[in-house]
Design a protein around this ligand. Structure first.
Ligand code: HEC
Ligand code: HEC
Length: 301
């Protein structure tokens, strides 16, 4: 019996050894790749200049990636009726105020900042021809990472997002003269902006802090962003005694500070950022949760 099983086992051990060798070879390759990648990055030969065009393949790959991601995100969405002329007119107002500076409009060139961007914000008449309105809505609402396309959901109400999409859908048929006539008559007046934002209590703290540009100036515990010390770092927040040296640190006072720093401390470098009350409350709650106040030692006074 032993004579029969022995070669069998040897065969099995052999298989295992083979697998181990292949696995360590693969890991070795990945590590070597990472090392070479790291060295190339540190050598400075990878250009980050916006004047240097992407490789053709890179650009195509990004386009395809965007398309599949948007298709997935739009699944189950159903656009409302978008052909109401009043809706399209309101969409034009929103487009003129928020989109034309980058994407241009019939007879209107993209602004100077947009012309220096890579990738270039494309002409949306083409997107309107190729994409269903649900996809346009998803991109407009959520933005596109690492392209410069902003997310608009914290700056446009849901109704205005759909109105903008209604206008983009109409873009291929709008003439330069029609566009000029509309914008001259009432520029931007009908786009409501943030006053009509729904109260989104479910929004996470880090998303809100980033969507109101807080991390442009503050390093914030729990938020990935630039290492910027233009404002004080917001770490161990609950253990602070004062806010900006002027208000006792309570959740209510923090909400007040976030909403109107200029009124509380006139001339402070922190700007008013139009934060609605519920968003400020969610931010305050998040900051306090990162470092709850130390327990009161009690007793001695
Ligand atoms: C700061 C510049 C900027 C602003 C403002 C901006 N966009 Fe964009 N947008 C971009 C860039 C960059 C891209 C990515 C390149 C591309 O695909 O056009 C993009 C992509 C898009 C796309 C996908 C186009 C496609 O076919 O790939 C849509 C749709 C879009 N933007 C809609 C809008 C709308 C609607 C607004 C206004 C509410 C707007 N954008 C405002 C820069 C901007
Ligand atoms: C343009 C830069 C800038 C932006 C954007 C900004 N802040 Fe500030 N912030 C500052 C500066 C500067 C101070 C210090 C103000 C002072 O002491 O007068 C400050 C102070 C604060 C403080 C008090 C810090 C302390 O140590 O007492 C808090 C809290 C705060 N900011 C939260 C926020 C939140 C939340 C946002 C986003 C809604 C935000 N900031 C956006 C620059 C900024």
């Amino acid at each position: 019996l032993t004579v029969v099983t022995r070669p069998d086992r040897r065969h099995r051990d052999h298989g295992r050894l083979h697998l181990l060798l292949v696995a360590s070879g693969a890991i070795g390759l990945v590590l070597a790749g990472a090392l070479v990648g790291g060295l190339v990055l540190l050598s400075g030969t990878v250009s980050t200049a916006a004047t240097k065009q992407h490789f053709f393949v890179t650009h195509r790959l990004l386009d395809v990636g965007l398309e599949y991601s948007v298709r997935d995100a739009a699944e189950g969405l159903k656009a409302p009726a978008l052909d109401d002329p009043a809706l399209v007119a309101r969409g034009l107002a929103c487009y003129d105020r928020h989109c034309a500076q980058c994407h241009g409009a019939p007879g209107v060139a993209p602004g100077p900042a947009a012309r220096g961007m890579l990738p270039i914000p494309s002409n949306l008449a083409q997107s309107a021809r190729e994409w269903p309105p649900e996809w346009l809505y998803v991109v407009t609402r959520k933005g596109v990472r690492m392209t410069g396309m902003p997310a608009w959901e914290f700056r446009l109400s849901n109704a205005d997002l759909w109105a903008t999409v209604a206008f983009v859908e109409a873009l291929p048929t709008v003439s330069a003269a029609q566009y000029a006539a509309h914008t001259n008559s009432d520029p931007g007046a009908e786009c409501e902006q943030r006053q009509s934002l729904p109260t989104t209590s479910g929004e996470s703290g880090p998303t809100l802090l980033r969507q109101y540009a807080c991390d442009a100036c503050h390093v914030i515990e729990g938020v990935v962003g630039p290492q910027s010390y233009a404002g004080p770092p917001l770490r161990d927040w609950g253990r602070r005694a004062y806010i900006a040296g002027v208000l006792p640190n309570t959740p209510e006072n923090l909400v007040r500070w976030i909403r109107e720093p200029q009124r509380i401390s006139p001339g402070t470098l922190m700007p008013d950022l139009d934060v609605p009350a519920d968003h400020a409350r969610a931010m305050a709650q998040f900051l306090f949760a990162q470092a709850p106040p130390l327990p009161d030692p009690g007793g001695a006074t």
